[in-house]
Design a protein around this ligand. Structure first.
Ligand code: ATP
Ligand code: MG
Ligand code: MG
Ligand code: MG
Length: 439
């Protein structure tokens, strides 16, 4: 992409309405524009990162054996009356009526709709296990939308639902989700800690939230710092193997990590003091086993091996796709702007032409652009007639991992400058060597 042809409306001033750094940087980098309170347009740069995050989520869900699909945003109120949630859901639900007077709602979540699909088509245990998921916009009329996309009213969520014949297999689905989530967040450069969370009126310990540590997080969390040493890495997991998944879950749930709702001071005090940490965290996902809570009222049953009809055991598993942009920026920025982890960056590198219009500099930039593109990388070429300082500031603000600076002086010696956004270190290299380093 050439910057002269792109739409990147960066702001020079700090927007007054933004209270936290990720919101400020997303506005300044021209990634989003507020349409109404808690509702955002995704400008090209923001949209690109959103899609990258979405793709990682898809890849990891498919890797775990889960099946992608898409359900609508608008749902029928009648289905929610069947589960009993239409009246109890409260003010967060946006209710609408169509021209025929039929009650509808903008889905805040999809347990009812997915269970309706399931009960219409599946009737035998032989079709199980099955996990269906989608990535779709949700609406929750949050009382205090704030922090940009972090607590929006309209937001993008991955929500997946497992259907299993009994509790044991549903708990394997739970474990499978935890394992796939660990890998998902790590690919985004995040350390998201699974924390035992509150399962509300259902009870039990079958829910975990994934939290990214950040001062601006809305949750209070308590953990053993030993959990920060765990790394998923690129282990190859057999997601069909119950024991293998259970062992990984055990590894990550053994060190103490809880949100304030389930915090147990006695257990916490037992951790060596140096490892006892409390801080704030951003909830970027949650997994939940809830048994037959929806399958019973909605009549989602299958015949088991003995030919007996049994309600299916379910769980739902969410990832805050749009919230993740904010969480990643909270975890990865400096005074000059965003520092994108390689896994989600909107462009792989920036090319800064110090002397636009100089034949040699222009040609060198074009050659770099073509060479990077040819090996499947996406560069952002700042080909505007601007001062170098302004170009550097823009590149730092939008946070691409690498910047290649090209100017007549370096070209005389056959070199360009390669700068790492994260370390700030620069080196002079031949264009070929710079490309090799980025690739
Ligand atoms: P919170 O506690 O932050 O209100 P939640 O527990 O109500 O979130 P879930 O129902 O668990 O949310 O939804 C799954 C995921 O969707 C959450 O873990 C979070 O990452 C994301 N999410 C929830 N509400 C919002 C929101 N208003 N804006 C952006 N993302 C959200
Ligand atoms: Mg909520
Ligand atoms: Mg929550
Ligand atoms: Mg939650």
């Amino acid at each position: 992409m050439r910057l002269s042809r792109y739409f990147l409306p960066v702001l020079k001033e700090n927007p007054a309405e933004a209270q936290i750094v990720s919101h400020r940087l997303m506005l300044r980098a021209g990634m989003i524009k507020q349409a109404q309170a808690g509702i955002y347009s995704w400008l090209p740069l923001g949209f690109k990162v959103l899609k990258n995050i979405e793709n990682i989520v898809h890849e990891e869900q498919v890797r775990a054996g889960h099946i992608p699909m898409l359900m609508p945003t608008l749902q029928s109120a009648d289905l929610w009356r069947e589960s009993g949630r239409y009246d109890v859901y409260g003010e967060e639900m946006l209710r609408v009526t169509d021209r025929h007077g039929r009650d509808m709602l903008y889905g805040p979540t999809n347990e009812e709709l997915i269970t309706d699909i399931f009960r219409s088509h599946v009737s035998s245990y032989k079709d199980l296990p099955m996990t269906l998921y989608h990535i779709q916009w949700k609406f929750r009329d949050e009382i205090r939308p704030r922090f940009g996309v972090m607590r929006g009213r309209e937001f993008l969520m991955k929500d997946g639902y497992n259907f299993d014949v009994d509790k044991a297999s549903a708990l394997h689905a739970y474990n499978r989700h935890m394992v796939s989530y660990l890998r998902t967040y790590e690919r985004m450069g995040l350390h998201a800690i699974p924390m035992r969370a509150d399962s509300g009126p259902i009870g039990g310990d079958n829910t975990h939230e994934f939290l990214v540590l950040a001062d601006t997080g809305e949750s209070e969390v308590f953990y053993d710092s030993a959990i920060l040493d765990l790394k998923f890495g690129d282990r190859v997991v057999n997601f069909g193997d119950w024991d293998e998944c259970a062992a990984i879950v055990k590894e990550w749930t053994t060190p103490y990590a809880r949100t304030d709702e389930t915090h147990d001071p006695a257990l916490f005090e037992a951790i060596p003091e140096a490892r006892r940490k409390s801080s704030r965290g951003i909830e970027v996902g949650q997994i939940f086993y809830f048994g037959t809570k929806y399958s019973e009222p909605l009549g989602a049953t299958v015949q088991n091996a003995e030919g007996k009809p049994v309600p299916v055991h379910m769980g739902s598993h969410g990832i805050g796709v749009s919230r993740l942009l904010g969480a990643i920026i909270e975890a990865s920025h400096d005074d000059n702007g965003i520092i994108w982890p390689e896994g989600v960056t909107p462009f792989h590198c920036g090319i800064v032409n110090l002397k636009q219009g100089d034949d040699e500099a222009d040609a060198a930039c074009e050659a770099l652009y073509a060479a990077l593109t040819a090996i499947g990388l996406e560069p952002l070429y700042d080909d505007r007639k601007e001062r170098a300082g302004g170009k550097f500031a823009t590149m730092d603000l939008i946070g691409l991992p690498w910047r290649i600076t090209v100017g007549p002086r370096g070209l005389k010696n056959g070199v360009v400058e390669l700068t790492s956004r994260r370390t700030g270190e620069s080196e002079e290299l031949s264009p070929e060597a710079a490309i090799e380093k980025i690739a």
